[in-house]
Design a protein around this ligand. Structure first.
Ligand code: UDP
Length: 380
């Protein structure tokens, strides 16, 4: 027989499931308002997929490169309470079968691809390729959207292979919004983002979470899986903030949502500069990884002649792996809507974050969503 566990001997106001940005900001803001939280995480560290650690004086992002960028001044100012940012501007190179191109798609890319030197010449090339492709009506999937925006040649060399290995699906089966994440511009500007504020936290992301959660009204319990004791948690805590997978919360009662996962392989190299750039994308279909990341180029602070290089391999998700990307195609979006409807009926549970909302969120969007949730919660 199972012994009854009294988790809430400290009169907590909240149980928060997940120490990623949504959960950690909620806990912090609740504490600022005099509310006590227990925050739990299945993993052995805080920060969710933003967790970073230092090796050889180099900050490594354990769950893939995270460059902070936003246009939202409120979010930027909020985060700057907990960290300073360096001056890093993301400028990605693409390697297609040994040839190098600048990303995102801009005049440098067009010059490297076609030798064109003016915006008019580049636009003319793209228009001709788009017309030859005869897309009917408005673009219905990622492939059509990409060709519509940038023509067939860049699609074939820089998008199709990368996209299909990243998502494990045909570009014709993926939603068009995914490719609209990348800027297309007719200037010689290699900035991967259009946002006004950008950088990488000088001490890594983990330091932000340590500050957010360092409060006498917050207790942290790691290596703790909510689902081993869901019923007891629900009966003992007055309110719950849940940031895990929404389908799991509801015991997959409508079926499983699909996710895409990623695997990383890192090596330490006896050099201070292995590839000359922080991120190189491998855009052909044959190379099994999508990106190669050389961490020291994010902050140039490695204190030795060592470099750490990480290759990122996309893979299908199963429950033994971390869920990174929601797959917002029609089938999964319809399924998510059913779960969201159920979530809206819960009166003591707030479901949020990338996995809770099944959204391809950037960091600033999660932070914004957390601040909105806090506002709603404390102005009820
Ligand atoms: N993409 C591409 N080629 C690239 C980089 C990105 O085709 O070299 C496409 C691909 O479909 C990818 C999407 O653009 O999933 C969004 O790229 P982003 O860099 O924003 O992906 P994330 O960093 O979120 O993995």
């Amino acid at each position: 027989m199972r012994l009854t566990v009294y988790y809430n001997t400290k009169n907590y106001d909240y149980l928060i499931v997940g120490t990623g940005p949504f959960g950690a900001i909620f806990a912090h803001e609740a504490a600022q308002r005099g509310k006590r939280s227990l925050i739990i995480d299945r993993r052995s560290h805080v920060g969710g997929n933003l967790y970073t650690h230092k090796a050889h004086g180099i900050t490594v992002h354990d769950y893939g490169a995270h460059i902070f960028h936003t246009d939202n001044k409120q979010v930027w100012d909020y985060l700057n309470q907990f960290t300073a940012f360096n001056q890093y501007i993301n400028q990605v190179m693409a390697n297609y079968k040994g040839d190098l191109y600048n990303l995102p798609f801009n005049m440098n890319t067009f010059y490297q691809m076609w030798g064109v030197k003016t915006p008019a010449e580049a636009q003319d090339r793209i228009n001709k390729q788009r017309q030859a492709a005869t897309i009917k009506g408005s673009p219905k999937n990622l492939e059509e959207q990409a060709i519509y925006l940038i023509g067939t040649e860049i699609y074939d060399k820089l998008i199709k292979g990368y996209t299909e290995k990243q998502w494990g699906r045909k570009a014709t089966d993926l939603p068009s919004f995914i490719i609209r994440r990348l800027p297309i511009r007719f200037t010689f500007d290699n900035n991967y983002f259009n946002h006004r504020y950008q950088g990488v936290p000088v001490d890594g992301y983990t330091a932000i979470f340590n500050k957010l959660l360092d409060h006498e009204l917050i207790d942290i319990q790691l290596n703790t899986d909510f689902f081993t004791d869901k019923t007891t948690y629900l009966s003992e805590f007055p309110r719950l903030v849940y940031t895990g997978m929404i389908d799991q919360y509801f015991d997959y009662k409508f079926g499983e949502l699909a996710y895409r996962s990623v695997r990383f392989e890192s090596e330490v190299l006896p050099t201070d500069n292995a590839q000359g750039n922080a991120i190189i994308n491998y855009t052909d279909i044959e190379t099994p990884y999508t990106r190669s990341i050389e961490w020291r180029h994010f902050d140039q602070k490695g204190d030795s002649d060592m470099s750490i290089l990480t290759h990122e391999y996309p893979q299908e998700w199963d429950c033994s792996k971390e869920a990174y990307y929601p797959i917002n195609d029609q089938k999964n979006s319809a399924l998510f809507k059913k779960y969201r409807k159920e979530a809206n009926k819960l009166d003591k549970v707030i479901i949020g974050g990338r996995l809770g909302n099944y959204q391809y969120y950037d960091m600033d969007q999660v932070i914004h969503a957390a601040l909105v949730a806090v506002d709603k919660e404390f102005n009820r």
